[in-house]
Design a binder for this molecule. Sequence first.
Ligand code: G6P
Length: 367
Amino acid sequence: EAAERGGFEHFMMKEIHEQPTAIKNTINSLVTNGKVDLSKFEMDEETIKSISAITIVACGSAWHVGMAAQYVIEDIAGIPVRVELASEFRYRGPLLSENHLVIVVSQSGETADTLAALREAKERGVKTLAIVNVVGSSIAREADYVIYTVAGPEISVATTKAYSCQLVVTYLLALEFAAVRGKIEKDLYDKYMAEISRIPECIQKILDDKERLQWFAAKIANSKDIFFIGRGIDYAIGLEGSLKMKEISYIHSEAYAAGELKHGTISLIENGTLVIGLLCQDNLYEKTISNMVECKSRGAYLMGLAPYGRYEIEDTADFVTYVPKMDKHFVGSLEVVPLQLLGYYVSVARGLDVDKPRNLAKSVTVE
Ligand code: G6P
């Protein structure tokens, strides 16, 4: 097993480091000469033009991909998107119109609830598209259209590289849907494509600078609760950061849309409670900062996650980690990486079984 871990202490760390390559491979599998190649997943232009609404259905981290993707697809392609937990979708008799597209997202392609949701959608006669990592898996076989992430095998129960590849696939879908539906000028399409291509090298930069996060993780390893706050895509990434933290460190953590704090959660803030503010959406930066200040005045200990250049955040936060600047639609792909590292390092600092957290399975094939 040590050989399979390729010099890393745990599969999770190995897989975190594989992200630049996995994302590059996934992009290369779908993009030819700077254009998304539709023939790769066989969805014709007429079908794309006819889509009236999208529902993204998944579980766990794959559901978090949907939560981020909804902002990107709605904003770039102008198609209404709803995101649902597969375990809810399958039983609630969802209203689906004839031109609905249901996108299911799954690393394993075998998650029982996601597979059942896919079958439900098919029974309703709507088109289904699966974003899957495992070739030939049940979900890949049963969906009308399949896009594979090229993450390679993922061993660690806590997903990292598969999540990241799924997210990038949703960006490419948003771009291509926008192009086919005449919603985007060529210049902007090219600009977005160039940003997406930069993701692997930007993640590599974050990985090269990971020691500071290790130091910070040791400091916070005894936290009782951790709150992740952000707005828009920052909130969606907070959901994933929080899940990474709780599933492998066993520290209670929650992600909140920053504006919701005042409706309940803020009563949980005590002296020293760690609040992690996600600040990568430029237009929401001041809003989230003001929520962080509200937490601080109630005793919170603050970490900020912001793009390079936003150094004034150091006046507010006790610890700050930066990610390279990137277009707001895609910066989530960078922002999640320090949170993966933080969860990992806290788990290690607490002496836990990082790759096999208690009570969890890599693939949940029972209901
Ligand atoms: C399990 C895993 C998660 C994963 C979820 C959905 O809970 O521990 O990492 O996000 O299942 O799995 P899937 O294979 O459908 O992506």
